[in-house]
Design a protein around this ligand. Structure first.
Ligand code: MG
Length: 396
């Protein structure tokens, strides 16, 4: 555990929109929306009009009529992300990726060699700007939680250090919605009890708080609001999910064929989890279609489990949801993964706040891929196979 402010949270600003502005100079300084039906990224010029992600393009355009809509270019974003992560890893070997455009970096061991965390953060920002052409914000603090709040606070294109003796002065005046896991709903509940600032939250004993947010969340929020967050920066090598997949070949197959394959995979995954004495909450179904596009669907259970029938029930309901896509595009691979294990479950730490570009963005991205993928491939695959749009149903 380190006692100094040595954790960097580095987060690209309006990532996709910034890539569009970088690659097309005519977009610079102008409101840019990236997306199809849904806005997956908006430039700060567009956010100034109240545009948020994800939001329907129509609604966004009504808020900001002058906005320019760019179609997503995922290859460009993934290349930019790769380049930025190379700079992260060139800064320190201890990089803990959170999403395509943000990571925690531990720079504590580097102090004597390359300077203070603040100077390391400033140099990283300059390099990302010079070598990749993108703005990035860096928050620096003693804990991950504070570093992430610091970067949200310093956006866009900023750097903010929360010194160890200034943590409460920084954190406590902020609105409760800045807390990880406190969305609009929980925020409203807390506000109804007169808890508007993080400092007020910090002062409520967890047993009192648990009446509004549930017991586990209460203890977690109380700890975070009081600056306690023991999670170290991890390089992601620790296994965070258990999964299995099976290629199904290109022959035509029925939903019950796919269901049978899925049941076998769930059984295998559940057995491995039980052997490792791990229980998980999130079940993710992965599918690959005849045209090589992919889709994932997940569901998170209220409690972790390693029971085959519980996991299978969730996996089947996800398959059910995906049935129309399979009917349109065929299915060549099915996979299932379970994540959200006890030790790293915490309380909704995966929820984004402020800049909605972690979990929400990933979801929105899946949706957009879906949209573009399906409209592009629907006709071709139907013509090729001479099939109608009849939808197979799952056996009950
Ligand atoms: Mg970002």
């Amino acid at each position: 555990m380190n006692g100094d402010a040595t954790i960097l949270h580095a987060d690209l600003d309006s990532f996709f929109a910034s890539v569009e502005q970088r690659d097309d100079p005519s977009l610079r300084g102008r409101p840019v929306l990236v997306g199809g039906g849904v806005v997956v990224a908006a430039s700060y010029e567009a956010k100034a009009y109240g545009v948020r992600t994800p939001m329907g393009i129509v609604e966004a355009k009504s808020l900001c009529p002058g906005a320019i809509v760019a179609s997503p270019r995922f290859e460009a974003y993934s290349a930019a992300s790769k380049a930025v992560f190379e700079l992260f890893r060139d800064t320190t070997p201890l990089v803990d990726p959170i999403s395509i455009d943000e990571a925690f970096l531990e720079v504590g061991g580097l102090a004597r060699l390359v300077g203070s965390p603040e100077s390391i953060g400033a140099r990283l920002r300059a390099r990302v700007r010079d070598e990749v052409g993108l703005p990035i914000t860096v928050g620096i603090a003693r804990t991950k939680f504070l570093a992430k709040i610091a970067s949200a606070h310093a956006k866009p294109d900023g750097l903010l250090v929360v010194p160890v003796d200034g943590e409460q002065a920084f954190l406590h005046p902020l609105p409760v919605e800045r807390m990880w896991g406190v969305g609009a709903k929980t925020g409203a509940k807390l506000r109804a009890r007169g808890i508007e600032r993080i400092g007020e939250l910090a002062a409520v004993p967890p047993h009192a708080l648990s009446a509004y947010v549930g017991r586990a969340a209460a203890y977690h929020l109380h700890a975070l609001a009081n600056g306690q967050d023991p999670r170290p920066v991890e390089t992601g090598r620790r296994r965070r999910s258990v999964g299995a997949q099976r290629a199904l070949g290109r022959r035509p197959k029925s939903m019950s064929d796919i269901d049978a394959a899925l049941a076998g995979l769930v059984d295998r995954v559940a057995r491995r989890m039980r052997k490792a004495e791990r229980e998980g909450r999130t079940v993710t179904l992965r599918l690959r279609f005849d045209d090589f596009t992919r889709a994932t669907r997940s569901h998170t259970l209220p409690r972790p489990t390693a029971r085959t029938e519980r996991l299978l029930l969730v996996a089947r309901s996800l398959l059910d949801v995906a049935a129309p896509m399979i009917a349109e595009r065929g299915c060549t691979l099915v996979g299932v993964a379970v994540s959200g294990f006890d030790a790293d479950t915490g309380v909704q730490l995966e929820l984004p706040f402020g800049e909605p570009d972690t979990a929400t963005l990933d979801l929105a991205l899946d949706d957009v891929r879906e949209r573009y993928g399906s409209s592009a491939v629907l006709r071709g695959s139907l013509v090729r196979r001479g099939e109608g749009l009849a939808m197979p149903t799952l056996p009950d």
